[in-house]
Design a protein. Structure first.
Length: 154
């Protein structure tokens, strides 16, 4: 399969992953018109399912074309494990990054179409991190430790 075709597949796959996964977090996780008694959002489980289902749909759609990496870390890991040629690493990563950027732009345009949308605030575009930016309020040390443990196990 030509490299250009595989890179186009990676672009489309990464676009779909960001649109489905990140888009669900931004646009539907806590839909603004629900309330505590009658929430309308898909919540954390829905966002998790959205990420999983986007990966599964792309595995079936483009897996036979490009291997369905969808993430520069996956491509890099496959290269480091000598399962992917180094000559194709940069084009794959470029296609994935471009797919993510285009998809993020689409999410921004969709999200900004709602009245009252503000890019700044306590949780703009479903960002997260540690401390005040952690959904559970976890500090940097706790986040680092779980990252090390789960990276080691996987």
């Amino acid at each position: 399969m030509p490299l250009v075709k595989r890179c186009i597949a990676e672009f489309i796959g990464t676009f779909w992953l960001v649109l489905g996964g990140c888009g669900s977090a931004v646009l539907a996780a806590a839909f603004p018109y629900g309330n505590d008694a009658n929430p309308l959002g898909i919540a954390l489980v829905g966002v998790s399912l959205a990420f999983g289902l986007t990966v599964v749909t792309m595995a079936y759609a483009i897996g036979h074309i490009s291997g369905c990496h969808l993430n520069p870390a996956v491509s890099f890991g496959l290269w480091a494990g000598k399962r992917f040629p180094g000559s194709e690493l940069a084009p794959y990563i470029a296609a994935q990054v471009l797919g993510a950027i285009v998809s993020a732009g689409a999410i921004y345009i969709i999200a900004s179409g709602r009245a009252g949308f503000e890019l700044s605030g306590s949780n703009p575009l479903a960002t997260n991190g540690y401390g005040d930016h952690s959904p559970g309020g976890y500090g940097l040390a706790a986040c680092f430790l779980i990252e090390v443990i789960l990276t080691f196990i996987s």
